[in-house]
Write a protein that binds this ligand. Sequence first.
Ligand SMILES: Nc1ncnc2c1ncn2[C@@H]1O[C@H](COP(=O)(O)OP(=O)(O)O)[C@@H](O)[C@H]1O
Ligand SMILES: [Mg+2]
Ligand SMILES: [Zn+2]
Length: 506
Amino acid sequence: MTLAQTQSVALLGLDGHVVGVEVDIADGLPGYSLLGLPDAALSESRDRVRSAIVNCGEVWPNRKVTVSLSPAWLPKSGSSFDLAICISLLSAHETVPAEKIAEIVFLGELSLDGRIRSVRGVLPALIAAFKAGITTAVVPADNLKEAQLMQGMEIVPMHHLKQVLRWLRTGERQQEQEFDLQWEHSDSRLDFADVAGQPAARLAAEIAAVGGHHIMLIGPPGAGKTMIAERIPTIMPALSIEQALEVTAVHSIAGTLMQRSPLSLLAPIVSPHHTTTRVAMVGGGSHVIKPGACSLAHYGVLFIDEAPECGPGVLDSLRQPLESGTITIARSIGNVTFPAQFLLVLAANPCPCGKFTGRGRNCTCTSQQVRRYLGKLSGPLMDRIDLRVQVEPVGRVDMAKTQLGESSVVIRDRVIAARAVAAQRFANMGWSLNSQIPARALRTEFQPERAAMNFLHDELDREHITARGLHKIIRTAWSFADLKGNKLPTMDDVMAAYTLRGKVEA
Ligand SMILES: Nc1ncnc2c1ncn2[C@@H]1O[C@H](COP(=O)(O)OP(=O)(O)O)[C@@H](O)[C@H]1O
Ligand SMILES: [Mg+2]
Ligand SMILES: [Zn+2]
């Protein structure tokens, strides 16, 4: 036998494609060629594979080696093909039984001494392999936890090339300790009970979680904005298993499963720094297209602290995901789309020095600077922010109280109940959250009570609010109504929403 074939997987965004890895060893001048659109990292596989083979005491064929990855048109990148190429090569060299490897998918990077290194994208790769009818996968042992999520496949975790060869030749393998498939429901480190006082901001956070309303927190440094934002995921409903798998797949491709457990049902939170680039925010990259912060926050919270300090265009790049829940990255090899359905939480100081309180105490900024500062955020982005909350530093009375605030579990139960009411109301409508009610539906089916509506129209006539502001208020009022069990938003619900609307509007 001088020809052998096995499989690996190429990823384009979240979509995996099974790739045939075929090796032919022919007589002729010793050489090595790799066919099938490899990128630089993949082209270097030759050196890794060769060293690994030699260092494991195997024989490198001193003949003409041709490796062909098919389909040829599909761009292939990275080092995760190393193991498949190595095994296929040894099989073509007749040192590994060919019939054994024909039905297996191999994922893993080889280090020079034969150790198998973890790779990104194992979960989406396995999903693709499973869909293609492959039932056995060899994966790097370090990726086992994530790989085990692919139930219905036999997962063979391996640390070293030598182990793989022993298994293929003799069927012997050392049992890895499997992880319990225990989904993690909560993060005990963060709890709303830690937040003293701040009734308005707490309520706004709860409403944001109920209706999926994007929110902006404005206040001086030390007021607790970051503290509150970080706790929003703890009051959001747990992810369904399907949602969790999607989130894990995105994190797997980005290589961020060290920070987030593959088995977490907690809504993710991602906090890019304000110096972050557009690519880091929405995704991209030159060889491998990686998801950005907005996709890592899928089904969770995207928290941007000191939002007015973000570079030009960075925040605006969020417009597509805010609009559609997905982000598309255009590339010559084709477009790649990642999911990006997140709750946006912005935090900002009231002015460049941060100390502006309305009375101007301590603030060293000019009134023009103060006005301009938050103005940087106006426009299409602010259109999407339903809630805008002033966070004042907590007073000493609240800080001195020994009694803890309401805990996240209690708030979360209310959020879950309110969301269920909304989901039932919107069944078959194509959206499920109050923040997603389209403008037309707000004017027809989803008006608040008559008196409340009259009040809003009066406010509109007096130019106290804009038409856009009116819509934000009604959407938010629905979340208050759902929380309180009102069939329609009442005057009280509308008033409550009114105080939480974006004060400065475009
Ligand atoms: N309401 C509060 N309850 C308890 N601690 C608070 C509160 N507000 C601020 N703190 C304390 O102050 C620290 C700084 O708060 P932080 O959330 O970072 O403020 P900001 O983001 O507004 O600058 C917190 O880590 C916390 O220890
Ligand atoms: Mg902060
Ligand atoms: Zn200032």
